[in-house]
Design a protein. Structure first.
Length: 305
């Protein structure tokens, strides 16, 4: 089979018409400890969003590294119950944020719990698309937080760091369209077997094509699945200096085939987003991010050769 490698061209992060950074940050008084990740999860699922996963990270941090700086550190993924399917049906690349990440964290020495998530402008920049659906999803996200936590203090990160590399990494594999089911099975089997040797884990898998048709929309895909992928060393190391980068974790990897195409497409948000949007400049954090990018690319290259 022929391998085709395609990259979305990155936009310069310094070319921006908005002054705010790429991440929404919310700080909520939590001296009592009453606001838990489960409470935050319900704030979203009770207001128009569906759950991907809600992963508690302190236990694996403690188990693997014998240490954690946090009393709370969770990776939450969500998608808009009504709007996400329409967005993915229109723009295949939108699947790399379906579900999208929400970071939840509170250090041991503070009484404030934090929530981080991407702005609609950041989504538009990374995905290279402009659609009012992105703004509506963002508005519903913000409304869910403000409704549930009216005393939350809302800020944004600083202007993103300059980045010229591709913000979405994508590979394509040509297949015989008459046997796309077999090609899908082989592709997924090879992909999943490639995770463990490089230290990646898959906490969640979702058949998003089923979500599209369940919403009584006609899908343009023969299949569309989403993997949540993470690497504990990356999350732990980056959290030392930039916990807000948890909005990018776990990484959603899309795998799909459109009905009118003879190829399988796989893609994920590159780690350069963590570095740019979350202003990750720490050398150790940058090193583990770049290694993860290289390792994951090697897995996808192996599948598409």
């Amino acid at each position: 089979m022929k391998k085709i490698v395609g990259f979305f061209v990155a936009l310069m992060c310094t070319i921006s018409l908005h002054a705010k950074g790429d991440l929404h940050l919310f700080a909520i008084d939590n001296k009592s400890g009453a606001i838990t990740p489960e409470v935050i999860e319900k704030a979203f699922t009770n207001n128009g969003f569906s759950l991907g996963i809600n992963s508690e990270m302190n236990y694996p941090f403690q188990k693997q590294f014998n240490q954690t700086d946090y009393k709370v550190f969770n990776l939450l993924t969500l998608y808009h119950t009504k709007l996400a399917t329409a967005l993915v049906n229109k723009y295949p690349q939108a699947g790399v944020f379906t579900p999208m990440g929400v970071g939840i964290y509170q250090t041991k020495n503070e009484d404030t719990i934090h929530i981080s998530l991407l702005t609609s402008e950041a989504h538009a920049k990374i995905l290279r698309l402009q659609d009012p659906i992105l703004k509506q999803i963002e508005a519903d996200f913000l409304q869910a937080i403000k409704k549930s936590f009216p005393n939350a203090v809302h800020t944004n990160t600083q202007t993103p760091l300059q980045e010229t590399r591709a913000l979405v990494t994508q590979y394509e594999l040509e297949i015989d369209p008459s046997d796309w089911e077999g090609a899908k099975e082989d592709f997924e089997m090879t992909l999943e077997s490639g995770f463990e040797p490089f230290g990646f884990v898959m906490p969640s898998y979702m058949d998003f094509n089923d979500k599209i048709t369940h919403n009584e929309e006609e899908s343009v895909y023969d299949f569309y699945v989403n993997y949540s992928i993470c690497k504990l060393e990356v999350i732990y190391t980056v959290a030392k200096t930039r916990p807000e980068a948890a909005a990018f974790a776990p990484c959603t990897t899309m795998v799909y085939k459109k009905k009118d195409e003879d190829k399988i497409v796989v893609g994920f948000p590159a780690v350069y987003n963590w570095m740019s949007s979350a202003l990750v400049e720490n050398k150790e954090a940058t090193a583990v991010l770049l290694k993860a990018q290289k390792d994951f690319e090697s897995i996808l290259k192996n599948i598409t050769e």
